[in-house]
Structure formats: C-alpha cells, structure tokens
Design a protein around this ligand. Sequence first.
Ligand code: ZN
Ligand code: ZN
Length: 243
Amino acid sequence: MVDRLANSEANSKRIAVVESCFGAAGQPLAIPGRVLIGEGILTKLCRKKPKLRQFFLFNDILVYGNIVIQKKKYNKQHIIPLESVTIDTAPDNTEYDLRNGWLIKTPTKSFTVFAATATEKSEWMNHIGKCVGDLLQKSGKAPTGEHAAVWVPDSEASICMRCQRAKFTAVNRRHHCRKCGFVVCGPCSEKRHLLPSQSSRPVRVCDFCYDMLTAANGGRPIRQDQFNNSAVSEEDDDDDSSD
Ligand SMILES: [Zn+2]
Ligand SMILES: [Zn+2]
C-alpha cells in the first residue's frame, strides 16, 4: 500500500501542506518515495511539564513541532530518522494524569509521549514499529542498540537523585545527567564526558556515570578544565526552554 501511495498526487499534496504549515523555517519534506503515514497531536513530556505537540509520521522520518495555530501553523520543527528509533510502552504519569504513553528513543534524544486514547496509542506504536521494521529490512541494518537517556522531569525530583541531600531551590538549580537522565545537583554533576552520539563536545554527567564511563574508558579521565564550559550546552533541553 505504501508503494502505491508513494507517487500518488494525494500524498504529494498532503506533504506540501505539512511543509507550508512549518513555513520557511522548516526543512523540505518532499523527497521521492516518502509517504505521509499519519498525523496527530500528542502530549510530549518535557522537562518542566507536558506540552501538546503536532506529530507527523512518514515512512522514514518522524516530524514534530510546536502548535502555533492548529492545523495551520507549526514551528520548532524536529526531524527524527526512524531507522534509529526504538519504542517502548511507558508507565502512566500520575502527576499529570497522563495515560497511553510510550517512549521514543534515539541515540541523540529520547522522550515520552502520550496519546489521548489507548486505541490511538496502539495505532501510533504499530505504525512506527512497522515503518522502523521496513526500513531496517530494506537497509539490512541492525536495530539501534544505544539510545540517549530519557530525562526525569524536574517535578519528579525535589532533592538530588544522586546524593539524596541537596534540596533544589531557585539558587540550587536542577541539572540533568546526559547519561542516566537523573535530576542532580551541581556538585554531583561537575564533570563532563564525551557521549559521541549526543554531542561532539563533552556533556554534563553525574559523578556516578562519570566513574562508570571513565572505568569503561580504561580509567582515562577527561578533565573539565580541558574544555570551555561556557560553550557547552547545558541546561537546556531542546524545544522546551522558550515556551
Ligand atoms: Zn547531589
Ligand atoms: Zn548519571
């Protein structure tokens, strides 16, 4: 069915509509063989709180963005190659009463989304799973083994998840370990380590992960002062900081 749709006029038109909704800041999406499988609004669990995002599933990529005007205008486009995606069902989120969730894990970034109903969730998961399977079969590649940690939302930690002592306040800020995703205090995450799939620069890791990583690295430490820390992207998660 996908192959038949691929060159259909309806498919080209739908893709052109998605492109126009993202405007000039979005990437061109129409390439030969690409098919728009489905679209919908999902709740993305962000660092501070859950937010609605518009998602588009193509046969080779997953695209999402912030909703400026529903069905008309989106911005902050993100494109995830499906070949590197693994999905997993996620537990309910009691704090925000979110159900029907699953994890979207990739080597560079992983996060949780929630659908409005169980049916929608299973449709999304089935379609994503099928697209990933088809891509891997075509390319002969193995599924991605490593993926970025899913960040624990700020609200789930009032104290540092490593030392269990430091209480977070306006001054004593929360940080995220890029390796385990825990919310940790500054003193527990002073070191940086290279995680090549996430960044070309060393990124913030907690002391626990740092020790694991350096041990795995043959005990060769990477000193923090070897890098210009101000240039290291720190606090901010992706699309979520500015809105
Ligand atoms: Zn701590
Ligand atoms: Zn860690």
